[in-house]
Design a protein around this ligand. Structure first.
Ligand SMILES: Nc1ncnc2c1ncn2[C@@H]1O[C@H](COP(=O)(O)OP(=O)(O)OP(=O)(O)O)[C@@H](O)[C@H]1O
Ligand SMILES: [Mg+2]
Length: 254
């Protein structure tokens, strides 16, 4: 393996990624052992929290757009499903963008918004993915004010149903600062994996967004796009994802 092989293809900008067309999320990082190792580490931390604190419904969020939420939520969910220990539901709760559904080549509706508006069951809006044990609820038809729907009683019912059916539920959410959607879901979510793309997002925005979510609800921060310097000699070569998951109690609010 030469050193260039340690850099995921999507990072090199050579055609795999959003511009890579259908199902690009499945292809991202394909064959890259070290890249997958980063998600395995994050998965282990998440499983530990899930098992010890009973966290089951976890959002993936960040301060602003383009920090890696969609990519991370898919990779962690796929990594969890691959253990065959857990039935995993991934929810494309970024209703405005639908990037997860698009990236997995799954129809966008019926999905979450249809469930939230009508009498559909969870089964009616859940799709299989190409990853065994991983299921997806696509976002559904676009609505003008997703935050209003997400703050409603039906979202509460949706999460309760998902908790019953699955071992782990991961939500790909919109960024915290530009829109109210992620805050609208907050009460139903046990905690968040928070992505921070250093060198891309001003630190002041990260501070503001994490304050809004509340420290107790943050499972850990994924530093995306940062090479770790304090994790030993070899970590320098470990690629773009460095996870730090400080111990947090299950949030009760605030
Ligand atoms: N560390 C990185 N370096 C370069 N490109 C990256 C990195 N992380 C993610 N990307 C790419 O940046 C783009 C945005 O990633 P992604 O869609 O996962 O972000 P997001 O936080 O979900 O964005 P949005 O808030 O707009 O939905 C994608 O094309 C992804 O492949
Ligand atoms: Mg996204």
């Amino acid at each position: 393996m030469n050193i260039q092989d340690l850099i995921p293809k999507w990072f090199r900008g050579d055609g795999v990624g959003k511009a890579g067309g259908r199902n690009h999320l499945l292809e991202t990082g394909e064959g890259d052992v070290l890249y997958y190792e980063q998600f395995r580490a994050l998965r282990s931390k998440l499983e530990y929290k899930a098992d010890t604190l009973g966290w089951k419904v976890v959002g993936v969020t960040s301060s602003v757009s383009g920090e890696g939420k969609t990519l991370c939520s898919f990779k962690v969910a796929a990594s969890l499903a691959s253990t065959k220990r857990k039935r995993v539901l991934l929810v494309d709760a970024d209703i405005r963008k639908a990037d997860l559904a698009r990236g997995l080549g799954v129809p966008i509706h019926p999905g979450l918004t249809e469930y939230l508006r009508g009498p559909l069951s969870l089964k009616d809006v859940t799709r299989k993915t190409d990853v065994a044990g991983l299921f997806l609820v696509p976002p559904g038809t676009a609505v003008s004010a997703p935050a209003d729907l997400l703050a409603g009683e039906r979202f509460h019912v949706f999460v309760a149903e998902a908790r019953k059916e699955y071992d782990m539920v991961l939500l790909d959410t919109p960024p915290v600062l530009p829109v109210a959607d992620t805050m609208a879901m907050r009460e139903q979510v046990d905690g968040y994996i928070f992505i921070y793309r250093a060198g891309f997002t001003p630190f002041s925005m990260f501070q503001k967004a994490t304050e809004e979510i509340g420290e107790k609800k943050i499972l850990g921060v994924v530093l995306n796009g940062v090479e770790p310097v304090s994790e030993g000699h070899y970590s320098h070569y470990y690629g773009q994802y460095y996870t730090s998951a400080p111990g947090r109690e299950k949030g009760t609010g605030g």
